[in-house]
Design a protein around this ligand. Structure first.
Ligand code: V47
Ligand code: SF4
Length: 368
């Protein structure tokens, strides 16, 4: 049990609430963000993390596929997207996607993480064929595809209702949705940085519809640009409220803003303290989320290892080929082997648990 006092004595009350199983409120969230007692915040988050997962740290053998970088939204924080005039825009056809899958057939890929820009030239059947063709090649792998932003766009361009869009994608083999596109749920920031993107309310509506249709999803928050601490806490509370209603969120992933090659390149990279705080505070505020991911691609392998003692219980995955963060200047590797993943988890004092998309443990013997 936690019993020593904190450098920042405001944490005493927060610790007492956690120990009593009480939910933290907006004010508590703000105190946590404003506090410089990082070890204190980490200690409380680690207490909660161990209550939920003991020593286990999860990872998945996954492969990222980005099907297009053409995008009509032009978010200012994005280094990945291109307009149709750009010389280096791309859209994979189904054959290109199949080749990417076939290249890795000798590896135990259990999850495909598939996201892309908003390309108006793609018909509804493109998305169906994309899912079906991967499912045909790898029937046992989970298709985690299309952010809420993409789902809304697919519905709009195909003229189908949201529920019908989801139903058809699910019938084709969609089993889960990634958590991207939430950014910061603030109309102030949206107007300044991503005015064309769907509103926070629509993002939540799409997620609620997906959960109602029977699939789970993740949730994210993009931090480290122009958002305030109040906006961060508000974002976490909005996610928590939807989770109270649907229970459909699986993991929360704080995303550290990378400014290079974006229209916000004058901003600084996030600091290690802010990265760890965002993980720890998510663990404490999101009391109804099972999993908090330290996305090693964004915060680096070394800090992700430390984050395991600050509330994170999942390192995401092996990934193989990451584009979105690397185009914005990430210096982490583009993929990690299963052995390396296990090594860094064990070296941090945790037990590596390879999982499937739904957090069922898998063993290497399950591979065939
Ligand atoms: O949707 C875009 C963000 C997201 C930048 O659900 C940026 O399991 C930082 O959502 N700096 C993609 N972030 C990543 C993502 C994700 C990653 C890992 C696992 C899961 C999951 C989801 O990255 C985008 C956007 O919100 N993003 N540009 C940037 N310059
Ligand atoms: Fe398009 Fe997504 Fe990039 Fe925004 S973040 S410009 S929606 S690819």
């Amino acid at each position: 049990m936690l019993n020593s006092s904190f450098l920042d004595n405001r944490l005493d009350k927060i610790q007492a609430k956690i120990a009593a199983g009480q939910r933290l409120d907006f004010k508590d969230g703000l105190i946590l963000y404003e506090s410089h007692d990082l070890p204190g915040i980490g200690r409380i988050a680690d207490f909660v993390r161990r209550q939920q997962h003991d020593n286990d740290t999860f990872f998945v053998y996954n492969q990222h596929i980005n099907y297009t970088n053409l995008c009509i939204n032009g978010c200012k924080f994005c280094a990945y997207s291109r307009d149709e005039k750009a010389g280096d825009s791309f859209t994979l056809n189904i054959n290109d996607v199949n080749l990417k899958v076939l290249e890795r057939m000798d590896e135990p890929v259990r999850e495909f993480h598939i996201v892309g820009g908003l390309n108006p030239a793609l018909p509804f059947n493109y998305y169906i064929d994309l899912i079906k063709s991967i499912k045909e090649l790898r029937p046992d792998a989970t298709i985690k595809a299309f952010t809420a932003v993409e789902i809304d766009f697919i519905a709009q361009t195909s003229g189908l209702a949201l529920d019908e869009t989801l139903a058809r994608l699910i019938k084709a083999g969609l089993s889960m949705m990634p958590g991207g596109g939430a950014e910061i749920m603030s109309s102030r920031v949206r107007e300044k940085l991503f005015p064309k993107k769907i509103s926070a309310q629509r993002w939540l509506e799409v997620m609620a519809a997906a959960h109602k249709a029977g699939i789970t999803s993740n949730a994210t928050m993009l931090y480290g640009h122009i958002e305030t601490n109040k906006e961060r806490v508000n974002h976490l509370i909005l996610l928590r409220e939807l989770q109270d209603q649907t229970g459909g969120f699986s993991a929360f992933i704080p995303l550290a803003f990378h400014p290079q090659n974006t229209q916000l390149s004058h901003l600084h990279n996030t600091t290690a303290c802010d990265d760890l705080k965002n993980i720890a505070i998510a663990r404490l505020m999101l009391d109804n989320f099972d999993h908090i991911k330290a996305y090693w691609i964004m915060i680096g392998e070394k800090l992700a290892q430390v984050a395991l003692s600050f509330g994170a219980d999942d390192l995401d995955g092996t990934i193989i080929e990451e584009k979105i963060t690397h185009m914005a200047g990430a210096t982490s590797a583009k993929g990690m082997s299963r052995e390396e993943m296990k090594r860094i988890i064990s070296a941090a004092g945790f037990t590596p648990v390879e999982r499937d998309s739904f957090y069922n443990p898998v063993t290497e013997l399950d591979e065939n």
